[in-house]
Design a protein around this ligand. Sequence first.
Ligand SMILES: Nc1ncnc2c1ncn2[C@@H]1O[C@H](COP(=O)(O)OP(=O)(O)OP(=O)(O)O)[C@@H](O)[C@H]1O
Length: 587
Amino acid sequence: MKNLCATLAIVWRIAGPYFRSEDKWAGRGLLAVVITLELTLVAINVLLNQWQNRFYSALQAYDLNEFVMQVWIFLGLAFAYVAVAVYKLYLNQWLQIRWRRWLTQHYLGEWLDGATHYRMQLKGDAADNPDQRLTEDVTNFVEQTLFLGLGLLSSVVTLASFVVILWGLSNKAPLHIYGTDIVIPGFLVWCALAYALLGTLLTNWIGVPLINLYFEKQRYEADFRFNLLRVRENSEQIALLKGENAERGHLLQRFGQVISNWYAIMSRTKRVTAFTASYSQAATIFPYVVVAPAYFARSIQLGDMMQTGSAFGQVQDALSFFVANYRQIAEWRSIVARLDGFEMSVDTAANLPMHEATIELEAAGGSRNVGLEKLCVNLPNGKPLVAADGFTIQAPERVLVTGPSGSGKSTLFRAIAGIWPFGTGTIMVPAQAKLMMLPQRPYFPIGALGDAVIYPAAPGAFQATQVRDAIIAVGLPDLAERLSEDGHWNRMLSLGEQQRLGLARALLHAPDYLFLDEATASLDEPSEARLYRLLADRLPQATIVSIGHRSTLDAFHTRKVTVVEDGAIHVLGEADAAAEPEPSAAR
Ligand SMILES: Nc1ncnc2c1ncn2[C@@H]1O[C@H](COP(=O)(O)OP(=O)(O)OP(=O)(O)O)[C@@H](O)[C@H]1O
């Protein structure tokens, strides 16, 4: 019970915001109409139940006129039932898609905002497979919440309506045992209640492991899919390494988890179904067995008996809502838990700087410089990695950062970009300054080459001639003619070509600060030199900070700094011998 209350509180927290959002009037309106139609169906059921008594009484009395009259009434009720049922489903589906659209946009916004998706990965305890939570889990949450919520409401109203009818019928058909009428007010209601209560308790007792099994099912399926995706993304590497057998073993092991979880679900569902099916079969005959003695003692008519059977069925069905929907409820609770985990993970990642780290990103007022004060960048486990104090990058200088592999140079760039939350100290970045980070392997979204190069600008943000010019400038004239061609450019182009396109992107965006993290490492030295000269020509006002290991890079930078080991930590400081700038290249 405590668990159920906790689940309902989470559902309220997840579902509530939509009904208070900008789409609230459409959402609330649709929900109100769907609820009204659901209640109308209950009312039609009540009318049908009363009709049943009149219909069977007419049959028993051989009253043809009344019989024909009741057939017409039935046709009217049946038509109303079908019309209401059709629109209830149609409007329910309409509400589902609007709600899902809002929830997906809301989660996507939170997940992508402020590099939260990246920080969730860093935290390590992130919700598994966010892609699945944003697709299947959101869809199922909306669908199942409406299904179960409306089902519960309908059950409660049905119960209230039919309990009154059944109470009245209990007085008409008293409990008849050994030729004696025993008067227990509303005894049929008590019978239905006891029957449903017993069924609910037993179903829950048998089926409770299903909740966890469904939770695991979603996770195993998503893990398997994610691993297949990784094979697709890295198929060239796998083929070159002849890693197919290793991949097959790995994938089959993941799939094995899906299978064994499914066997556990099957076995548990078999037990639950055996019980619930027996329960509902017994429920069909149970009310007739209870009132049959009164009928055979001629205390009640056939119509009364049939109406009792149907009213008892309705009350019993309403009370057995939990038993009948146990599997869906178990699945729904696992979905609620997964979305709750996702929300918490997003919140934790988004609030990381406030809680655990104290790296302050301060926008420096009038200054054009980047400053690092008492900065200590840590690993996610809290271990200090690299420190810098009183360190300034004077715009528009050209700084080369060197240091041993793994000393924290890239992580320092991440901290300056504001996506690395672990550490202490202050990083001052000029207000409104445009920063751009170029990694060794630039990212290109799948699609038209022109759009991939200008990413993250929207398609059309640059003129085709500008894009073409930038691509030619970085030495890829053939690609400049293929701007509208769709492709998976990260897969189709060589690493050197990708790095050239990364520089073309920098030329187009013209950032104030350009951070190059081994962004030309795959190019031959003459090409690298040409591209550095191009940057100097085209972006004379840009401050360029490069990470690189080649000594040939010295010539294109005005200052050289290095990360050196100092006990357990690395420290950023001036290199012993600063590079002499090459007058023509390093302006
Ligand atoms: N997300 C992460 N989680 C845990 N450790 C990390 C993470 N990212 C980086 N590290 C660790 O931080 C250390 C510094 O990594 P970083 O990439 O900054 O080094 P680097 O100096 O740029 O190295 P290289 O010159 O080889 O590119 C490495 O030991 C790395 O394993």
